[in-house]
Write a protein that binds this ligand. Structure first.
Ligand code: UGA
Length: 431
């Protein structure tokens, strides 16, 4: 099939590349000239394992190209995928400016029947609005389909090529057929729904996963008080098939470009429909507080933090990405700076992105794990990168001024800590 993908962010670029890998002819379109020029030169504007190799392969095979020219690529395609961003407005609602702009430009470009497929996360009713907007601007036939995306950063290619399910929301048979055909080799689990239910499935899924995380974080907080171990509790709970083992890792709370934004947006969607989503409000609230456990524990162990040197291991909101959007590390570092700490930060790949968000004279930018431990009164591990798991903790202890170690992701087994003299604290596990 000939496909245009509008927007070369995470979802757009990964989807476009994967559809070309499946043998389709894909043109990725973006207004951002710098990004398109980078992609044309073979550089990838986001960090995602395996993505560059797939781009090179499919560009070489003539199945994948990049352009700023929306109109030409829309005319050359039977399916147009909208994958532009829907960032938060100050009140938490999704900002639909980019979606609407894309819809307008597509409407002005179409010259024959097109299937317009939305992969961006949009509030319930948005696809209908897009259809209405396009309808008012063109006489040519088209259908709008909602196909929400469930890929995760760090495993985006695998998630796209081997999805758990594909949701196709449409009320048009020809559009349904095209969408099913496009995704048919990926999974047997293709669910066709009405447009509004498809839009809701995306928000409900992210909200549910965020709820699991806040739930286990609160269980961890209780475990600390009653001297139980949350990792064993999660294991025991997760073996119940109705609960499942995933997303029960206690820690410093969720971050990233999706859960914080989509939970707030769903609260707004509910509010606009005169419904107060009390449970999800609590999930968000719990998440906002969870990151401060790290600082509270540092204060318990070190007293006044003024002039203390603290090592921060990991800045990305999760491993295998350089993304720091809404990462708990941002607020943790900012708070420690306010308390007068010197912060030695290290992350395998997210330092440059972090520096764009938080840059202060109290921050020392380190280029190794050991560097971010030398002369520290305390170290806080905030992202569970593999290289942190393999580090020699006895050596780390020797490098530190005081051996206080806060493991915000429960990375180390008790036995490894017992070999050291670290004053170690993790989340929801007995000290
Ligand atoms: C999330 C969803 O998992 C995807 O299905 C969805 O497509 C995507 O949002 C989106 O809406 O675009 P992502 O944000 O890339 O994907 O990352 P996750 O792996 O879901 O992690 C999100 C946050 O939850 C991270 O900060 C992670 O550290 C935290 N987390 C995750 C926990 O604290 N505990 C867990 O058990 C799992």
């Amino acid at each position: 099939m000939n496909i245009s993908v509008i927007g070369v962010g995470y979802v757009g670029l990964v989807s476009g590349v994967c559809f070309s890998e499946l043998g389709n002819k894909v043109i990725c379109v973006d207004k951002d000239i710098t990004k398109i020029e980078m992609l044309k030169r073979g550089e990838v504007p986001i960090y995602e394992p395996g993505l560059k190799e797939l781009i090179d392969k499919n560009v070489k095979a003539g199945r994948l190209s990049f352009t700023n020219e929306l109109s030409e690529s829309v005319q050359a395609s039977e399916i147009i995928i909208i994958a532009v961003g829907t960032p938060s407005l100050p009140n938490g609602e999704a900002n639909l400016q980019y979606i609407e702009q894309a819809a307008r430009e597509i409407a002005l470009a179409i010259n024959e029947y097109k299937v317009i497929m939305t992969k961006s996360t949009v509030p319930v009713g948005t696809n209908e609005k897009i259809a209405q907007m396009i309808y008012e601007l063109t006489e040519h036939p088209f259908d709008v389909v909602s196909v929400p995306e469930f890929l995760r950063e760090g495993s985006a290619i695998k998630d796209t090529l081997y999805p758990d399910r594909i949701i196709i929301g449409t009320d048009s048979k020809p559009a349904e057929q095209k969408a099913v055909e496009l995704h048919s080799t990926l999974t047997d689990q293709i669910i066709v729904t009405d447009i509004r239910s498809a839009e809701m499935i995306k928000y409900a899924s992210n909200a549910f996963l965020a709820t699991k995380i806040s739930f286990i974080n609160e269980i961890a907080n209780i475990c600390e008080k009653v001297n139980a171990d949350v990792t064993l509790v999660a294991k025991g709970m997760g073996l119940d098939k109705r609960i499942g083992p995933s997303f029960l890792n206690a820690g410093i709370g969720y971050g990233g470009s999706c859960f914080p934004k989509d939970t707030e947006a769903l609260i707004q969607i509910a509010g606009n429909a005169n419904y107060e989503f009390k449970l999800l409000k609590s999930v968000v609230e719990v998440n906002k507080h969870q990151r401060f456990n790290v600082i509270n524990k540092l204060e318990d162990l070190l007293g006044n933090l003024s002039s203390k040197t603290i090592g921060i291991w990991g800045l990305a909101f999760k491993p295998n990405t350089d993304d720091v959007r809404d990462a708990p590390s941002i607020e943790i570092v900012e708070t420690l700076i306010k308390k007068g700490c010197i912060i030695k930060v290290y992350d395998p790949i997210a330092i440059n992105n972090f520096r764009k968000v938080v840059n202060h004279e109290n921050i020392v930018w380190c280029d190794s794990i050991t560097d971010a431990a030398i002369d520290c009164h305390g170290v806080c591990l905030l992202t569970e990168w593999n290289e942190f798991k393999e580090v020699d903790l006895k050596n780390i202890e020797k490098l530190m001024k005081l051996p206080v170690f806060i493991d915000g992701r429960n990375v180390y087994a008790k036995e490894r800590i017992e070999e050291t003299g670290l004053n170690y604290y993790s989340i929801g596990r007995p000290d």
